[in-house]
Write a protein that binds this ligand. Structure first.
Ligand code: ATP
Ligand code: MG
Length: 722
C-alpha cells in the first residue's frame, strides 16, 4: 500500500504526530483541529508502517457512536475490516475483559450489567430493607456516593469514614449494596471499571499478557477520563508499549461525574519523555462560529491556553431566537429545519442539542407533528423504556434467574397477587441467608412459609420462568423474545391498557422482537449465548437500535453526548439562565466554568450554521418559570450575532395548554397576541404569555410586572392593550 495516503490531507503538525517514532505522546488542541483524525491515521500508520497487527492496538473513545465511526474510518483507510482490534469505550472494553476473565474476578459466567436506572431501584430496595428513611438517605445521593467511590477505586472498607455517623452508614449501605450485586451476579457501570482494574492489580500474569499484547494504546477525549480509568491505563503501560492521548482541556465536561482534567498533567508527569504536540488550525467551523466560541471560552480561568484559527470563510452570523415559551421555541426550530430541507439538504446534517434530556420531549412532539424523522442519541432511549425493561427483565430471568434486579422488576408484573408484604418477607430472608430472591422464593414455596395465596402466586411465577427457560432454550433469539413477551403476560397487559401510550408500548415490544431478529452476535462475544450477548448489548449500547439507521433523520442529543461529533447545521435549545448555565452551577464553585466548557463544546459542533434559541417562559416540573437570556450569549461578540425576531410582525396562535398541552390540534386564535403588553385594573401592566380556550372559556395568562404570572378569564379580565 502507498503509505503517503496516510499522510495526505494532514497538516505538518498532524503529520508529525501520525508518523512519530514509537513514543508516548500528548496531542493537545482545541475543537475541530483534527485530533480524532490524527488518532485514526496513527492507528492505520502503526499497522501499515510499524507492522503492528490489529490485535496489538487498543483504542478508547467516549461513546459507542464515536467508536463505531472511528472503526469505520480506520477500515476505510486500510481497505479491510479489522475485527480483532479492541476499539471501544472504557466501559465496553472493561466488559470485554471481564467476559474473558470472569472467574478471576469472582463473577459468574452469566454476570449481568446493571444500568443506572436498575441501580437506583436496587438502592431504594436496600434502603428499605435496612429500615433507612429515604428522606434522610436520598437514593440518588447514595447512588452518587457508591459510584463516586468506585470511580476512585475504593471499596467500602477502604473508605475513610472519620468516625462520622453519616459516613459510616453510607459505607455500610455501599457494602450491603455490593454484597447484593455480588450475590446476583450484577455489575454496575462503575463496577465494570473497578473490576477490570482489580483484575490487573491482582493478577500480574494476566496484566503482563495484555501489556505485551497492546503495543499501542490510544485514547481520544482524554480530558474526561476519571481516576480509575487513568489508573487502568497506567497499569497497562509497560516496557514495550506506547500511549498516545488526545484531548482538549476546554472540553472537559464530565467533572460532575468524577472526570479529572488534571489527568493531562498526570500524564506528563508519569509518562516521562512524552512529547506534546499542539494543533492550531480548525477545519470544522466557519470563522464566525469559531470566533464566538473562542470568545466564550476565554472567560474561563486557568486554561492550558490554545489559539485556534481557520482558513474558512466568515460564514453566516449566529442566529439567536427568543421564544415566548418552549413550544414556540420548538416551532421556530422546526420551521428552520423545514427551510433547510427545502434548500435540498439532508436531515441527518442537522442536529438539535440541549442541556437536559427532558427538553427533548416537546421538540420530539413538534417533529412528530410535522412528520420529520428524528433520532435520539442517549437519554430516554429505547432500551430504557418501561415496557422494554419489563421484557428484558423476563429475558434476564431466563438467562440467569439469580438476577435480583430482574426478579424485583417482574415478579408482580403483570399483577399476579404477589404483594409488598410477601416481597418484604422474601427480601428479608434473602438477606439473612445471603441468597438471591429467586432461590429464597423457591425455598419459601417449598417450605410453605407463606400464606397459601401468596405461595400459589409466587409458585406460578417461578414455574413460568422455569418453563420459559426449558421450552425456549433451543429456539432462536427472536422466538425467545417473542414467546417470553407473550407467555409472561406482558403483551396482554399492555394490550388491555387504553390510549395512545399503550399502543406505543405494544409497538415498542414488537420493535424489541425486531431488534432481536436483526441482532448479530459481535465477534468479541462469540462465546456467549445469543441471549446473553443481546442483553449485554441492550445495557451497553442503549439507543442504537431505536430508529432505522438508514433513514435520513434529524439528530437529537444532549450536548454531552455530542462530544467529538460535527454537523453542518446545529441548534442549541434552552440557552437561558437557569437552564444553561444550569441552576446548580450558581451554587457550586467550578460548575459555571464547566457549563461554559459545555457551551464551547456545543457551539463547536457546528460547521456552517448555528442557532441559539431560548424561551422566556418555560414549564418545568409543572411550573412556569421565567428566564432571561443566557450570559453565554452575552459573552459572544455582537458582530457575530443576529437576533431573529418573529413576534413583532406575526400574530401566532398558541395551542391549548389547558386541555392537552401536547396536542398540536388544539390551536386557538384570539384577538390578543403573545407578547402583547396589557393593562389590568388591579395588577397593572404585564405581558401576555399564553392563551387557551375559546369564547366564554377563553383564558389568558399574563406575566404582570409586579404580581407575576396569572391566568385570567378573558371575558372578565377587563384587559386593555397598551
Ligand atoms: P473535537 O475536539 O470536537 O473532537 P477534533 O480535534 O477531534 O475535534 P476532528 O473531528 O478530527 O477534530 O476534525 C474536525 C474536522 O476537520 C473533520 O471533519 C476532519 O475531517 C477535518 N480535518 C481535520 N484535519 C484536516 C486537514 N488537515 N485537512 C482537512 N480537513 C481536516
Ligand atoms: Mg475529536
Amino acid at each position: 500500500m502507498d503509505v503517503s495516503r496516510l499522510l495526505d490531507n494532514l497538516n505538518d503538525k498532524q503529520r508529525s504526530a501520525v508518523a512519530a517514532p514509537a513514543q508516548d505522546m500528548l496531542v493537545l488542541a482545541g475543537a475541530g483541529s483534527g485530533k480524532t483524525r490524527v488518532l485514526v491515521h496513527r492507528v492505520a500508520w502503526l499497522m501499515e508502517v510499524e507492522g503492528l497487527a490489529p490485535h496489538n492496538i487498543l483504542a478508547v473513545t467516549f461513546t459507542n457512536k464515536a467508536a463505531k465511526e472511528m472503526r469505520g474510518r480506520v477500515e476505510e483507510l486500510m481497505g479491510r475490516s479489522l475485527h480483532s482490534m479492541w476499539m471501544g469505550t472504557f466501559h465496553g472494553l472493561a466488559h470485554r475483559l471481564l467476559r474473558a476473565h470472569y472467574a478471576d474476578v469472582n463473577l459468574p459466567d452469566s454476570f449481568q450489567i446493571l444500568d443506572s436506572d436498575d441501580q437506583y431501584r436496587l438502592i431504594r430496595r436496600i434502603l428499605k430493607s435496612m429500615n433507612l428513611d429515604e428522606k434522610h438517605w436520598a437514593p440518588k445521593q447514595v447512588q452518587w456516593y457508591i459510584n463516586g467511590n468506585k470511580d476512585e477505586g475504593l471499596r467500602p472498607h477502604q473508605i475513610d469514614t472519620r468516625d462520622d455517623y453519616t459516613q459510616k452508614k453510607m459505607a455500610e449501605i455501599y457494602k450491603v449494596y455490593q454484597d447484593t450485586c455480588d450475590r446476583s451476579g450484577l455489575v454496575d457501570f462503575a463496577e465494570l471499571l473497578l473490576r477490570a482494574h482489580e483484575l490487573w492489580v491482582n493478577n500480574p500474569s494476566i496484566l503482563a499478557h495484555y501489556q505485551r499484547r497492546f503495543r499501542a494504546i490510544l485514547v481520544d477525549e482524554f480530558q474526561d477520563t476519571n481516576n480509575i480509568q487513568y489508573a487502568w491505563l497506567r497499569l497497562l503501560s509497560g516496557e514495550g508499549n506506547n500511549t498516545m492521548i488526545v484531548g482538549d482541556d476546554d472540553q472537559s465536561i464530565y467533572g460532575w461525574r468524577g472526570a479529572n482534567v488534571e489527568n493531562i498533567h498526570n500524564f506528563l508527569r508519569d509518562y516521562v519523555g512524552a512529547e506534546t504536540i499542539r494543533l492550531e488550525q480548525n477545519y470544522r467551523s466557519t470563522g464566525v462560529i469559531l470566533k464566538a466560541a473562542n470568545a466564550v471560552i476565554d472567560n474561563n480561568q486557568g486554561r492550558l491556553g490554545k489559539e485556534l484559527w481557520t482558513e474558512q470563510a466568515e460564514g453566516e452570523p449566529i442566529k439567536v431566537y427568543a421564544g415566548f415559551n418552549e413550544v414556540d421555541e420548538a416551532r421556530f426550530i422546526i420551521s428552520k429545519i423545514k427551510t433547510w430541507l427545502e434548500q435540498g439538504n439532508a436531515l441527518q446534517d442537522c442536529a438539535i442539542l440541549y442541556r437536559n434530556n427532558a427538553q427533548s420531549r416537546i421538540l420530539e412532539e413538534a417533529l412528530l407533528h410535522e412528520s420529520i424523522a428524528y433520532r435520539i442519541y442517549g437519554g430516554m432511549r429505547f432500551f430504557e423504556r418501561q415496557e422494554i425493561k419489563d421484557a428484558l427483565a423476563y429475558l434476564r430471568m431466563m438467562n440467569h434467574p439469580l438476577d435480583d434486579a430482574a426478579f424485583e422488576r417482574v415478579v408482580n408484573v403483570p399483577a399476579r397477587g404477589i404483594g409488598e408484604k410477601t416481597l418484604a418477607q422474601i427480601r428479608e430472608l434473602a438477606r439473612e441467608n445471603q441468597q438471591s430472591l429467586w432461590q429464597t422464593g423457591m425455598l419459601m414455596v417449598a417450605e410453605k412459609r407463606l400464606s397459601s395465596r401468596a405461595s400459589n402466586a409466587l409458585k406460578s411465577f417461578i414455574d413460568m420462568v422455569l418453563t420459559l427457560q426449558e421450552d425456549l432454550a433451543e429456539l432462536g433469539l427472536e422466538r425467545q423474545a417473542d414467546e417470553a413477551i407473550k407467555r409472561s403476560g406482558l403483551y396482554a397487559m399492555y394490550q388491555a391498557e387504553k390510549g395512545e401510550k399503550a399502543r406505543a408500548r405494544i409497538e415498542n415490544l414488537e420493535e424489541l422482537v425486531t431488534a432481536c431478529k436483526q441482532f448479530v452476535v459481535p465477534e468479541e462475544a462469540e462465546e456467549m449465548t445469543p441471549l446473553a450477548a443481546f442483553l449485554a448489548h441492550a445495557s451497553l449500547e442503549a439507543g442504537e437500535t431505536q430508529a432505522d439507521k438508514h433513514q435520513d433523520a434529524v439528530q437529537m442529543m444532549t450536548i454531552h453526548s455530542a462530544k467529538g461529533l460535527e454537523f453542518p447545521l446545529v441548534f442549541i435549545a434552552g440557552v437561558e439562565e437557569g437552564m444553561f448555565p444550569s441552576q446548580m452551577s450558581n451554587e457550586e464553585p467550578g460548575r459555571l466554568e464547566e457549563e461554559r466548557r459545555l457551551c464551547y463544546v456545543g457551539m463547536t459542533r457546528a460547521m456552517e450554521q448555528l442557532y441559539l434559541t431560548w424561551a422566556e417562559s418555560r414549564r418545568l416540573y409543572g411550573q412556569d418559570k421565567f428566564h432571561t437570556m443566557s450570559r453565554f450569549i452575552k459573552e459572544m461578540p455582537s458582530d457575530c450575532m443576529e437576533e431573529v425576531r418573529l413576534r413583532t410582525t406575526v400574530s401566532r396562535p398558541v395551542y391549548n395548554r389547558f386541555e392537552n398541552r401536547t396536542s398540536h390540534e388544539a390551536f386557538v386564535d384570539s384577538g390578543m397576541q403573545l407578547g402583547q403588553r396589557v393593562m389590568h385594573p388591579k395588577f397593572q401592566e404585564g405581558t401576555v404569555i399564553n392563551m387557551e380556550g375559546q369564547g366564554e372559556h377563553a383564558r389568558i395568562q399574563v406575566n404582570f410586572d409586579d404580581f407575576g404570572s396569572k391566568w385570567l378569564v378573558m371575558s372578565y379580565a377587563r384587559l386593555t392593550k397598551v
